[in-house]
Design a protein around this ligand. Structure first.
Ligand SMILES: [Zn+2]
Length: 306
């Protein structure tokens, strides 16, 4: 067990009131408002504090949660504190540094189709993403966002990583692989073969064809439950980290590029991006991912909460 902070650190009933009072007295604008007075099971954890996300979140502290502070014996480390926090001792100092350094959210699909399976894979391989979004829209938070996850090479220090449960995209010649994960249903579309209770379908029933890094790919869409969860999560992250803009990279025509960004564009970009925008050898979250929908929905949730 390498989890070093006590649970007491996260018992925040009362903390919110105290922080709000301190903020009021000091006039400090660097902390977002804290509205959580009691937990509803819809909060994310940032630097030891709970923030409302408006959708179901199971944290590593909760029963049934996935704790990436714990690793099997012999497994490599899968996170470390963000370098930007080195030497910071005050809570306020930590916040200011975190808000200055965290400016990207990287979306992945997990290639397993199940957050439970992905958790085991991350643990064993010494990789980490802060959030896992399961097919039913449940968000699992595995680490405090003060930690640097290991999920996207050059983006790790500045980003939050999200693994969306899905088997992923394939070259058209490998279409048969998808039949292991999807089956026809009575609506004329497909549904996921899953052992989870309930029935889950891609938001668009048809197989999506598209290109990433110039490669032809086929993929089913993500579930409506996952899009809803992601919109809430993106809106909450934008509220906590104002540098995370609710937009994806755009080319000169306003289109979201389906390939790796050049070095300068990546360095300057702050907002939501795919793993494939960072590394040429990656194709996730794939051609079926509806960026414009996520951006539209997250912005409207953000505006509704202001
Ligand atoms: Zn990825």
């Amino acid at each position: 067990m390498v989890f070093r902070r006590s649970r007491h650190d996260y018992q925040l009933v009362g903390w919110g009131v105290l922080c709000a009072l301190l903020l009021f007295l000091t006039g400090c604008r660097s902390l977002p408002d804290v509205r959580v007075e009691e937990r509803r099971g819809e909060e994310i954890v940032v630097a030891g504090r709970f923030f409302p996300a408006g959708t179901r979140v199971v944290t590593w502290l909760d029963a049934g949660g996935y704790n990436l502070y714990e690793r099997p014996p012999g497994a490599p480390e899968n996170h470390e504190p963000r370098r930007a926090l080195a030497g910071v001792t005050s809570r306020r100092g930590e916040w200011k540094r975190l808000q200055a350094v965290v400016d990207q959210v990287v979306l992945h699909y997990d290639n397993t189709g199940s957050s439970a399976t992905t958790f085991g894979v991350l643990q064993r391989r010494g990789l980490s993403a802060h959030f896992l979004v399961d097919v039913d829209g449940t968000i699992y938070q595995t680490l405090d966002l003060r930690e640097r996850g290991w999920h996207a090479t050059i983006a790790n220090e500045r980003s939050i990583g999200i693994e969306i449960a899905q088997i992923g995209a394939f070259p058209p010649a490998e279409a048969v692989t998808l039949t292991r994960w999807y089956e026809p249903d009575q609506t004329g579309g497909v549904r996921l073969k899953t052992t989870r209770p309930g029935s889950y379908r891609p938001l668009r029933p048809e197989l999506i064809h598209g290109q990433i890094q110039g490669r032809d790919l086929i993929q089913y869409d993500f579930t409506p439950e996952q899009y809803t969860a992601l919109a809430h999560l993106a809106a909450a992250l934008n509220r906590v980290f104002p540098k995370i803009h609710l937009d994806a990279p755009r080319d000169a025509k306003g289109q979201i590029p389906a390939r790796k960004l050049d070095e300068k564009t990546f360095a300057a970009f702050t907002g939501l991006l795919g793993h494939y925008h960072i590394q040429e050898n990656k194709i996730d979250p794939g051609p079926a991912f509806q960026w414009e929908k996520l951006i539209r929905d997250a912005r409207s949730l953000r505006n509704a909460n202001d």
